[in-house]
Design a protein around this ligand. Structure first.
Ligand code: TYD
Length: 140
């Protein structure tokens, strides 16, 4: 089942500032096996351009902003990631692209699998083919 969901996170703010905690089963719907962050991205480049066959991710733009594009095989969506209080949760077969990075943008990604090159689909037509196959099989 491919799914793309934007969620609101609750900051624990006080007079000193804000803090957001991400925890498995509380606000992250999978066991976290890997965390990585994307930073120092040049403002004129785009990243991503792939899908994963078996990966869930929880994506937070913790500083700055970028434009995040998803495609689930049927629907293309654009998400403005510009707040540390929003999380984008991707699961199933979802194509992703990142564009328009602001200077100083930091994108943090939590994942439910360790890094596996074999899990990537880099070709959009191959992605559409596999997504249609899954749909035909009633998997998404
Ligand atoms: P890449 O997947 O190209 O990044 P993006 O999707 O943002 O364009 O990853 C960049 C490099 O980092 C590539 O050599 C693979 C490596 N990498 C890891 O070693 N571990 C990871 O968890 C990730 C996401 C990437």
């Amino acid at each position: 089942m491919a799914s793309v969901e934007m969620v609101q996170l609750n900051p624990m703010g006080d007079e000193r500032g804000s803090l957001i905690a991400l925890e498995t089963s509380k606000n992250v719907p999978f066991d976290i096996k890997r965390v990585y962050y994307i930073f120092d991205t040049h403002t004129d480049v785009s990243r991503g351009f792939h899908a994963h066959r078996n990966l869930s991710q929880f994506i937070v733009c913790i500083s700055g902003s970028c434009r995040f594009v998803t495609h689930d095989g049927a629907t293309r969506r654009e998400h403005q990631l510009n707040s540390a209080e929003n999380g984008l949760i991707l699961s199933g077969l979802v194509w992703r692209e990142m564009h328009d990075f602001s200077p100083g943008c930091v994108v943090m990604v939590l994942a439910d699998q360790i890094y596996d090159q074999e899990d990537y689909i880099w070709d959009f037509e191959q992605f559409l083919y596999e997504a249609r196959q899954r749909r035909a099989a009633g998997e998404c």
